[in-house]
Design a protein. Structure first.
Length: 361
């Protein structure tokens, strides 16, 4: 279907599939199932306290150590129910579930794995800030496809470079679905009159340079020296070493941060810090860093841990956390370079070797 020269999501996926005559169409079907979950959540989120949907009981603490809200539980249930029945999946994993989710025996099993954060930023709903859903699609191991066995944690521990498709929905003034199937990034906007996602931007490119950065400055006392150096240089403005003024943005809603950067450039930083030495970062590798990193890389941006490309990291556990920097390519590369350069004495002096003198001026 084409509407006033615009394509629907269905037509876009069909035309993408035609580039691969051997494709079975299962991936298209899976993405359309995901889009149904987005539509359902868009309606619930848009109504806020007016929603007429019965909310499930909540209050439990998930594997992330976070108290689940009713909408967290409901959104997870919607994702599972919308995607378990069609025969496209061998299994699922969610930020809200401790263990992988099995496909019920009554449904056929397929060749893909779905990893998702059903409602990212749900704590912001009470103040009417945009929230979203994030997903990643991986290939199931051959033995899962051949034997139909239950999935295990190890099946999902694939580097981000192995993703088949990824994207997110953002529930804001409009509901938009951002998608990559490894051939650039497309943006679809939900037409509520038609009940269809319609293509509104294609081949999105993140500007290579920017004068905007996003970071939670309340953690500045825990930052590593390279991050502190970068932020200090940005704050120094036109008279500083960067020779230009920067603006700082911080929404504290991951999808909203990513969408702003995708649309107009910028750099987002939630780096590894010393606040909790037991963790190598705050964001979830499988549910947030990998899918958003894939989107950014496909749009000409860059995604990194600060030390290496995030898509090259081999996960070690289902709910692994990691430091994340993404956005405009030149800025992310600068941050990486700072991590690999020796620490300047002025940034982190070593008391034993600090500059001393027996002479006075």
């Amino acid at each position: 279907m084409s509407l006033n020269g615009r394509q629907t999501l269905t037509r876009y996926l069909i035309e993408e599939r035609r580039r691969f005559p051997q494709a079975s169409g299962e991936l298209n079907g899976l993405i359309l199932d995901i889009s149904l979950a987005f539509k359902s959540l868009a309606r619930i989120v848009s109504r806020g306290p007016l929603t007429d949907v019965e909310m499930p009981e909540a209050g439990a603490v998930n594997v992330q150590g976070e108290v689940q809200k009713p909408l967290d539980v409901l959104s997870n249930e919607i994702f599972v129910r919308m995607n378990e029945w069609s025969g496209h999946l061998g299994g699922m994993a969610s930020e809200e579930m401790d263990e992988p989710c099995q496909i019920p025996p009554s449904y056929p099993r397929g060749k893909y794995l779905l990893v998702f954060d059903p409602l990212d930023g749900s704590s912001n709903i009470d103040v009417n800030v945009a929230v979203g859903s994030i997903f990643s699609i991986l290939r199931a191991p051959p033995e899962v496809v051949k034997t139909g066995r239950d999935v295990v944690e190890a099946d999902f521990l694939q580097p981000g470079a192995a993703q088949v498709a990824a994207g997110y929905a953002i529930y804001g003034p409009t509901t938009q679905f951002v998608l990559t199937v490894g051939n650039g990034v497309a943006v679809f906007t939900l037409d509520h009159d038609l009940g269809e996602f319609v293509l509104t931007r294609q081949n999105v490119q993140v500007p290579e340079d920017t004068q905007e950065f996003a970071i939670n400055s309340s953690n500045s006392r825990f930052w590593e020296p390279p991050v502190k150096r970068y932020v200090d240089e940005c704050l120094a403005g036109r008279t500083g070493p960067r020779g230009k003024d920067f603006n700082m943005r911080w929404i504290a809603s991951m999808v909203a941060e990513a969408h702003r950067i995708l649309m107009r450039g910028g750099v987002f930083m939630y780096p590894r810090d010393t606040k909790d030495p037991a963790r190598s970062g705050r964001l979830r590798l499988l549910y947030e860093a990998n899918p958003l990193g894939f989107v950014m890389e496909q749009a000409g941006g860059r995604a990194s841990t600060g030390r290496q490309p995030v898509l090259g990291v081999k996960p070690s556990e289902l709910h692994q956390r990691i430091g994340l920097v993404f956005g405009s390519k030149n800025e992310v590369e600068r941050i990486e370079r700072y991590h690999h350069e020796p620490v300047a004495m002025s940034v982190a002096p070593a008391p034993l070797f600090a500059t001393r003198s027996l002479f006075r001026d």
